[in-house]
Design a binder for this molecule. Structure first.
Ligand code: ATP
Length: 217
């Protein structure tokens, strides 16, 4: 369990905060609008009214115990930038910022934040990927062109040895694990026989996974 601080409790900030709590973490939510803070005071570990452009006010928040601080102020770029600068001055190590434009991105990247998020673009890419490969339930980019994809095995592949499917990718796609009902299986060789409804995690390059995709439906 870790502690996080989320600054800006709009739709994005509150969704991230509630998911972190659901995942077992604790969250301090910060917003300058007292009505918004009041609305979420029961759901968050702690909800604080604070103008995050005020460095002295931020100092009072004891941010040192946060694993990361997420700045979820999108529209008001000036506030987001001043807040980023104040967190930097206060020595916060892990800062994630939601950016609303290219200019916003450029400036926060110069300020040396760890992660810049573009929710609309990132979600748009995810939706397009899902439309393109309906068999891919979820995916994670590992960087350097490598991806982990989550695939639900269809009835048509029931009783198929995994080697028959992965063989066409010439051993370059790795099976990370298979979830079968409640069990997580990680000793997977080429003779492993798939069952309908297995959930399989595969790791490979985009090109290799794309080549494999038609064989998974
Ligand atoms: P959404 O996530 O709903 O799309 P958005 O990108 O439109 O939000 P804003 O509405 O600008 O972003 O800001 C999100 C939240 O951040 C709002 O609740 C707002 O009150 C809060 N906020 C804006 N500026 C500050 C600030 N300086 N200090 C603290 N909170 C702020």
């Amino acid at each position: 369990m870790a502690h996080f601080t989320v600054i800006g409790l709009g739709r994005f900030g509150i969704a991230a905060s509630l998911e972190l709590i659901y995942l077992g973490h604790t969250v301090t939510g910060v917003d300058r609008d007292p009505k918004i803070v009041d609305k979420y005071v029961e759901e968050l570990t702690q909800a604080i009214i604070c103008d995050s452009t005020d460095e002295n006010a931020l100092r009072e928040l004891d941010l040192g115990n946060s694993e990361a601080v997420l700045i979820a102020i999108g529209e008001d770029m000036q506030s987001s930038l001043l807040c980023t600068l104040a967190l930097k001055n206060l020595g916060v190590q892990e800062i994630w910022v939601k950016a609303s434009s290219k200019a916003h991105h450029t400036i926060v990247s110069k300020l040396g934040v760890q992660r810049i998020i573009h929710p609309e673009e990132e979600m748009g890419v995810r939706v397009a990927q899902s439309l393109n490969y309906p068999m891919v339930n979820n995916y994670l980019s590992l960087g350097h062109g490598l991806y982990v994809v989550e695939i639900h095995i269809k009835a048509s592949l029931h009783d198929t040895p995994i080697g028959h499917i992965l063989g066409c990718a010439k051993g370059r796609v790795q099976t990370v694990l298979i979830q079968r009902e409640q069990d997580v299986l990680n000793q997977i060789d080429q003779d492993f026989v798939l069952k309908a409804n297995d959930i399989i995690l595969l790791c490979g390059t985009r090109a290799e996974l794309k080549y494999l995709a038609p064989r998974l439906v």
